[in-house]
Design a protein around this ligand. Structure first.
Ligand code: ADP
Ligand code: MG
Length: 290
């Protein structure tokens, strides 16, 4: 089942066509990862799904209704987006930013209800941002700022979450934290998540549906175990890679070796004694690989 889908969706910036006649169904209650090279149209598609970019043809449907024909506030009750490069007014505090997520639910003149405050507290806590509530957003580190924006999207309390590169700027621990949080929201609350990610191993581990794009067209789509193949890596990213099962989770793990057609065959690593000089060590390795 799919509450959110595109039908013959075409998108352009001015006269520049980016996406043509895209038919994409986002599976309900799953995590979908959108992958593809830079410039392949991932953000453009996400923006149109969030009603930010209007189609030149076709449309995006939520529960069978064209989202571009519905008021922003109505759509925002069901669907939240974390844009790729969000920006906020100068001097805004983290809590103020997160409270913007409650806008679609507010009646009257923007007074926060008890429920609004509960959701804001929860979103701050879920993203580990509680202690930063009174800090100015523009004084945060890149990673903290990213988490503040994720908190805003969470505070919106929507069934569908669109996240454009949610782990960019985050160190490994915070990347894991965000991914684990998304996994939890998906498992426990059945939220539908569509995320753009560059780390294919994250995509394969956390998503149950993978969509691989090239030049605005879907080349591969399906469960990561089916879609994540050396062939896909070659076709979509122009990369030569091996795919092995993750020893702990069994998810497909991608080991990239080089650009397609330019790498040497994988070699068996030789043990290192630790006693060679760098030059000797290099010579040993070269001989071992010959
Ligand atoms: N606001 C814009 N105006 C004009 N062209 C844009 C704009 N945003 C993106 N593009 C172009 O559209 C194409 C797709 O971009 P984008 O969707 O951001 O790719 P991705 O997110 O996959 O990296 C790129 O060629 C990019 O240069
Ligand atoms: Mg992008």
């Amino acid at each position: 089942m799919s509450r959110l889908n595109t039908n013959q969706l075409s998108l352009a910036y001015g006269s520049r066509q980016i996406v043509q006649e895209l038919n994409l169904s986002v599976p309900d209650g799953l995590i979908t990862a959108l992958v593809g090279a830079n410039g392949s149209g991932k953000s453009t598609i996400l923006k149109s799904m969030a009603r930010i970019l209007a189609p030149t043809q076709g449309g995006v449907y939520l529960d069978g209704k064209l989202i571009h024909r519905q008021p922003t506030k109505e759509v925002a009750k069901h669907l939240a987006i974390l844009p790729q490069n969000p920006s906020s007014p100068e001097g805004l505090t983290v809590r103020e930013l997160v409270s913007f997520g409650r806008y679609p639910h507010q009646k009257g003149f923007g007074n926060l209800s008890g429920e609004d405050n509960r959701m804001i507290d929860w979103a701050l806590q879920a993203t580990g941002m509680t202690e930063f509530g009174t800090r100015s957003v523009d004084h945060l580190s890149g990673g903290q700022r990213q988490r503040a924006w994720i908190a805003m999207a969470l505070a919106q309390g929507t069934e569908v979450l669109l996240l454009d590169e949610p782990t960019t700027f985050l160190d490994m621990a915070h990347q894991m934290e965000v991914m684990t949080l998304l996994e939890k929201l998906n498992k426990e609350q059945k939220r539908t998540i569509i995320m753009v990610v560059h780390d294919l191993n994250h995509a394969a581990r956390y998503a149950q549906h993978l969509v691989a794009l090239k030049a605005g067209t879907v080349l591969y789509e399906g469960h990561p175990e089916v879609v994540m193949t050396s062939q896909m890596l070659r076709d979509v990213f122009n990369i030569d890679a091996d795919i092995i099962p993750d020893p702990r989770t069994g998810a497909p793990l991608c080991l990239p070796y080089g650009l397609a057609g330019e790498h040497s065959e994988p070699t068996t690593p030789t043990p290192v004694t630790g006693e060679s000089s760098p030059a000797e060590y290099r010579e040993e390795r070269v001989q071992a690989m010959a």
